[in-house]
Design a protein around this ligand. Structure first.
Ligand code: UD1
Length: 373
């Protein structure tokens, strides 16, 4: 009997941390619009601050999660283990027909392992991305998740090639595009209206937007001091807006770097911003300086120059087809000046079109009907 014979089919959508919410949002809405699905949002509680979690439910018009597992922060093993234990209990209670996981945070492989071992099929949205840098916790998360998942929805051809090289059965893989673009397009009118820059005393097109939170950039005092010095020099040429992730704020304070940064005249420090406010700032910015994964993609889609302070990226299509450039603290100033002198150029990769959720729902329906992905 196919799962579709007992309708509506229960589907878990797992969300854990800030970069997950813009990926499950469009899928929740698309599944809510079909009669055969009963979508349930499961929040693992990896992010729990309102500014990293609750505000996104509001921006994305999502109901409160069906269940919050409340795992909180901890070491990697603690956090991953707590998610596995809590999610296993919920799986036994609810027996979903499919568990959908997104992205590459610790909760992604944790829920994948718990579900797979109970025989619940797992679908990974944003499968196949690889930085080939196993010092990144996210790379381990990606490899583990994709090795076990039953459905692998990829955003780009490089992801398909990575999965093929790892021996994943091509029958499990479907390229669906970039789901974050669905969120961006759905909310574009509200983003256009928000004018975040004004609230921070900045002028449209005349500032750079900075986000940094990767352990490799913020956990080492010398590295972070070097980055602060770069921000000071950059802000002398163009004002900067820097919303601070809690990890980054904590490290700046612990390393005695906060007062120097806060004292810079042309650098505006802010709390983490809700999605619509943040995208409002991005739309108005001249360039982004970041170590985020998602921002590399959003800037490519929008044609905004992006300087990524990392030695590698799991999203190489943003380098080959987009506006992204990998930089170091030594090369970032030259790259920023070049970005300021270059006009915007927009070239969205194939299937980054705002219709990814529709393709995912069609794929899920085929899978549940026993017709492959
Ligand atoms: C996690 C993800 C990362 C993602 C990022 C986006 C992993 C391994 N990392 O990193 O891929 O890019 O989310 O934000 O899954 N904290 C708070 N409030 C919260 C959550 C965390 O203050 O709601 C603080 C805690 O001190 C915590 C630290 O931030 O120890 C780090 O949080 P954690 O969830 O471990 O990783 P992130 O750096 O947020």
């Amino acid at each position: 009997m196919s799962a579709m014979e007992s309708r509506p089919v229960r589907i878990h959508l797992v969300a854990a941390a800030r970069p997950n919410f813009m990926k499950v949002g469009p899928l929740f809405h698309a599944l809510s619009a079909v009669p055969w699905a009963q979508a349930r949002l499961i929040h693992t509680g990896q992010h729990y601050d309102a500014s990293l979690s609750d505000v996104f439910f509001r921006d994305f018009d999502l109901p409160p999660p069906h269940r919050n597992l409340g795992v909180g922060s901890g070491s990697h093993a603690e956090q991953t283990g707590r998610v596995m234990l809590a999610y296993e209990t919920l799986l036994c209670e609810e027996r979903p027909a499919v568990t959908v996981v997104v992205g590459d945070v610790n909760s992604t492989p944790a829920c994948t392992l718990a579900a797979a071992k109970l025989g619940v099929p797992v679908a990974h949205l944003e499968a196949g991305l690889r930085s080939f840098d196993r010092t990144m916790p996210e790379e381990i998360n990606r490899v583990v998740t994709d090795a076990v998942a039953d459905i692998l929805w990829t955003p780009s051809p490089d992801a398909d090639a990575n999965l093929a090289r790892e021996g994943v059965d091509p029958a499990k893989v479907l390229r669906v595009g970039n789901i974050m673009i669905d969120t961006l397009e759905r909310l574009r009118p509200r983003i256009d209206a928000v004018q975040t820059e004004e609230a921070f005393g900045l002028a449209r097109g005349e500032f750079g937007l900075v986000t940094l939170h990767r352990p490799s950039n913020v956990d080492d005092p010398e590295r972070l001091a070097g980055i602060c010095a770069v921000l000071a020099r950059l802000s002398a040429r163009l004002p900067l807006l820097f919303p601070l992730h809690p990890r980054t704020r904590a490290r700046l304070e612990a390393f005695g770097l906060m007062s120097g940064l806060a004292g810079l005249k042309s650098l505006v420090l802010a709390e983490p911003l809700p999605y619509i406010d943040f995208m409002g700032a991005l739309f108005a910015s001249r360039f982004a300086l970041t170590d985020s994964g998602g921002l590399q993609e959003e800037t490519t889609y929008l044609g905004i120059p992006c300087l990524t302070l990392r030695p590698n990226t799991e999203r190489p299509i943003t380098l080959t087809e987009g506006t992204n450039r990998l930089v170091t603290p030594q090369t970032v100033e030259e790259a920023a000046h070049a970005a300021l002198d270059t006009p915007r150029a927009r070239r969205a990769p194939q299937l980054w079109d705002g219709r990814t959720a529709t393709r995912v729902v069609a794929s899920l329906e085929r899978f549940l009907d026993g017709r492959g992905v």
